[in-house]
Design a protein around this ligand. Structure first.
Ligand code: BYC
Length: 318
């Protein structure tokens, strides 16, 4: 049964959400709000970290020193995004090791797109352009999310994603204007990454389990289908500039509603991938477990240092 205090807290929480005030870690929040944030934010953090793998795969094979430096820097940025987001999630009262355990056991998801392989250099262009491009559309909206630490993390992340998107588009521009073989590589990478990029926005609103409460609490500010359409509308003209064939023959400007019509996503594939049976799911988690295990000595050193500092502080106080 709810106590009077709790009811008052709940009323004040609802008023703050209504007034567009941010909820901060020490503020009262309903347990379901907290759990929903932990779910979404930790999955976002996992996506950033797992997302390093498909691109990291090309660092040693980037075609020039400049491309290698740019890619290395981009992949480091993704690690940084993961770290901000893990820290922001920890402010909700869950430990980093619990979050990692949920990822490795399959209890927590990460963006489906990272379960596809990066077969050629053009995939690096397509990921920067399409995947970071889709991420920006979603994350600009999340800059206005109701939880303060998440909203603030999004502001910085969006700035970096914007650079990522441009470097990807620049790779695509060079390939699309290069030899016939390079143009074909760009076309193929775009064709393969197009549908998984659209899947990044999640299921249709009518099938979205969390949208109702997430929109009510202003964790999510715009629905999945709206953001997906926005991405399609801004990306189709970019495909035209590249001079590539459309990845979906149903993409067509609709004068009546001022949007591009498009074909239907293969939702069976989407659910297979998010439930662990995509082309690279096994490989991604296996690699994460290996890297995590190899990093144990770093965590141990941090713990030892913290214990030493605590003991030193206690001696000073005594
Ligand atoms: N992939 O009720 P729904 C990046 C799950 S990384 C996997 O609509 P919600 C980058 C969903 O979690 C940027 N799972 O959920 C990094 C839920 O399952 P659970 C990543 C998906 O949360 C490196 C179920 O399906 N961005 O930019 O209301 C290199 C039902 O869905 C997906 C973010 O994480 C998916 N695509 O809406 C390059 C953005 N879609 O949890 C680039 C933050 C849905 O019940 N997240 N699911 O087991 C969000 O905005 C929202 O969580 C979503 C889904 C729009 C993704």
């Amino acid at each position: 049964m709810q106590t009077v205090d709790n009811t008052q807290d709940q009323i004040e929480f609802d008023q703050r959400i209504e007034a567009e005030q941010k909820i901060e870690p020490t503020d009262y929040m309903p347990e379901a709000y907290r759990q929903n944030l932990i779910r979404q934010m930790s999955q976002h953090a996992h996506s950033e970290v797992i997302g390093m793998q498909p691109e990291g795969n090309w660092i040693t094979r980037a075609p020039t020193l400049r491309r290698k430096a740019v890619l290395l820097s981009k992949v480091q940025d993704e690690a940084g995004h993961g770290l901000y987001l893990y820290s922001a999630t920890e402010s909700l009262g869950i430990t980093r090791s619990d979050l990692i355990e949920a990822l490795q056991s399959g209890a927590a998801k990460y963006a489906s797109i990272f379960n596809y392989p990066t077969l050629t250099w053009a995939d690096i262009g397509a990921i920067g352009w399409l995947v970071d491009g889709a991420a920006i559309v979603n994350q600009i909206s999340l800059q206005r999310t109701s939880y303060g630490p998440y909203a603030r993390a999004m502001v910085r992340i969006c700035k970096e994603e914007s650079f990522h998107q441009r470097q990807g588009y620049e790779i695509m521009t060079v390939l699309a204007k290069g030899s016939a073989e390079q143009k074909q590589m760009a076309q193929d990478a775009m064709n393969r990454n197009w549908w998984p990029s659209l899947m990044m926005f999640g299921p249709h609103d009518s099938d979205s389990a969390h949208s109702g409460k997430s929109m009510k609490w202003k964790i999510k500010r715009q629905p999945n289908d709206y953001l997906r359409q926005k991405f399609i509308d801004q990306t189709v003209p970019q495909i035209e500039v590249l001079g590539l064939q459309m990845p979906d023959l149903k993409l067509k400007w609709n004068e009546d509603n001022g949007n591009y019509d498009s074909g239907e996503i293969n939702w069976e594939e989407f659910y297979q991938v998010i439930n662990g049976s995509g082309p690279c799911n096994y490989q991604r988690i296996k690699h994460h477990k290996k890297a995590h295990k190899e990093g144990e000595w770093v965590r141990e050193a941090v713990r030892a240092y913290q214990e030493k500092q605590t003991a030193k502080n206690q001696t000073n106080v005594a």
